[in-house]
Design a protein around this ligand. Structure first.
Ligand SMILES: Cc1cc2nc3c(=O)[nH]c(=O)nc-3n(C[C@H](O)[C@H](O)[C@H](O)COP(=O)(O)OP(=O)(O)OC[C@H]3O[C@@H](n4cnc5c(N)ncnc54)[C@H](O)[C@@H]3O)c2cc1C
Length: 389
């Protein structure tokens, strides 16, 4: 088997021509435009801003939203394949697209007015405007309902006071979707535009994970938000959670891409690397690792495709996404760690993608609902008992 074709159960044959074409075009983009620069970006802690227009050109920003807003209007399986191929390059790149598409464009489409859709979505699809999503706070992570950010009604709109933590794209964003409690304690979504007085977004430094992605704090000090920047259809914790379901869906696919990249790299390396006068790929212990990794990757691929088809058929529930996100990210981390070991000392360098993926996946394991939170969501579904608190 060629390690470049990690499709043991021939899932390619279950894709439409359009889905295959989309997957191939993103794969080619990543090979040609991302792989040559990504280790430098990672080392420099730099998001490769210069490739955003190309991603927009390929239709990767808000890809499932309707064409009338400048988006590609593709199905959910295609979105999953996009996430998979981007994350085979780097989780930071996939994070950028997830946030832009699922956490910023989706809420504008889902909870916004027609005017807001027309004002923001075409620019965001074209990569002219970048978005971020502010839900997490320094003291409200796994329990977002404990948020302290407040939106107080005033004569001309809303006065926003509070802060958000760990916000992907924050410093580079032109607009932020910010979740805050109103005077009645109801969580509502607000569009906060860059340059609004009282709003700043300092970058988080010294990250050892997702270094090719921007992560920021958002601070709101009596920040006046005009009435037309309230997302009128948002209301309650359900609204941000609906966005997170969209993004987590993409993460479940994306993790498979990172795992495949590590697996490929390890197989290629093991076939070349000679110890005790034979390639290390010929040792039974190494082969056991490969057999187990391919098995886990194949199971995750099957899970993704089924999940995607269910989503397109309107049958997917958040708990399905919980299982796929939880399983696939843990699987990808295991594959990265095992692959790293197969490369021995070389595995810790940036000459191979594995250690970078491994560091990135530590964030992916935590964000968009930690592994434990998704475990509890499944536990609640199975038993009917809430073990969160
Ligand atoms: C790189 C990066 C990018 C991010 N991007 C964004 C973004 O764009 N927008 C945004 O809003 N947020 C973002 N986040 C925040 C992310 O969603 C949170 O980090 C995550 O929800 C966990 O919150 P926390 O870090 O406060 O951990 P905590 O909630 O404090 O959790 C710490 C540990 O306790 C465990 N734990 C918590 N509650 C329970 C429980 N009931 N039972 C068992 N275990 C429990 C957790 O599983 C975890 O292991 C990002 C985070 C990172 C690291």
């Amino acid at each position: 088997m060629s390690s470049s074709e990690v499709d043991f159960f021939k899932l390619d044959s279950l894709l439409s021509d359009e889905e295959r074409l989309i997957r191939q075009s993103v794969k080619t983009f990543v090979e040609e435009r991302v792989n040559p620069i990504i280790i430098d970006c990672f080392e420099q802690g730099r998001f490769p801003h210069e490739i955003v227009p190309e991603m927009a050109e390929l239709g990767l920003l808000g890809p499932t939203l309707p064409e009338e807003y400048g988006c590609a209007g593709v199905n959910s399986v295609s979105y999953g394949l996009i996430a998979q191929e981007l994350e085979a390059g780097d989780s930071g790149l996939r994070s950028f697209v997830s946030v832009q598409s699922s956490l910023c464009m989706y809420p504008i489409y889902q909870f916004g007015s027609e005017e807001q859709r027309r004002k923001f979505l075409p620019d965001m699809a074209a990569g002219r405007k970048i978005g971020c999503f502010g839900l997490t706070e320094p003291n409200a992570g796994s329990n977002p309902s404990g948020m302290k950010t407040r939106a107080r009604r005033v004569k001309d709109g809303w006065l926003l006071q509070g802060s958000k933590a760990w916000i992907t794209n924050g410093t580079i964003a032109d607009l932020a979707i910010v979740w805050a409690k109103d005077d009645e304690g109801v969580i509502r979504g607000f569009l906060v535009e860059k340059g609004t007085p009282g709003f700043r977004a300092p970058e988080v430094k010294h990250k050892l994970s997702l270094r090719a992605s921007v992560t920021s704090e958002l601070v709101f000090e009596d920040c006046l938000i005009p009435e037309e920047n309230l997302l009128p259809q948002s209301g309650g914790l359900k609204s941000p959670l609906m966005c997170l379901t969209q993004a987590r869906y993409g993460i479940a696919w994306g993790a498979v891409g990172a795992a495949i990249s590590c697996f490929r790299s390890a197989v290629d390396y093991a076939k070349q690397r000679v110890q005790f006068d034979r390639p290390i790929a010929g040792f039974q212990l190494t082969q056991k690792k490969f057999a187990e990794m391919l098995t886990e990757i194949s199971k995750a691929q099957l899970l993704c495709l089924r999940l995607g088809r269910m989503k397109d058929a309107g049958e997917m529930e958040p708990v399905h996404v919980s299982m796929a996100k939880m399983n696939n990210v843990a699987m990808a981390l295991d594959v990265a760690r095992t692959s790293r070991g197969i490369l021995g000392g070389n595995g810790i360098t940036g000459d191979y993608p594995i250690m970078r993926h491994m560091c990135n996946l530590e964030s992916v394991y935590t964000y968009e609902g930690t592994h434990e939170v998704h475990t509890l969501a499944l536990g609640k579904h199975i038993t009917g008992l809430d073990a969160f608190s």
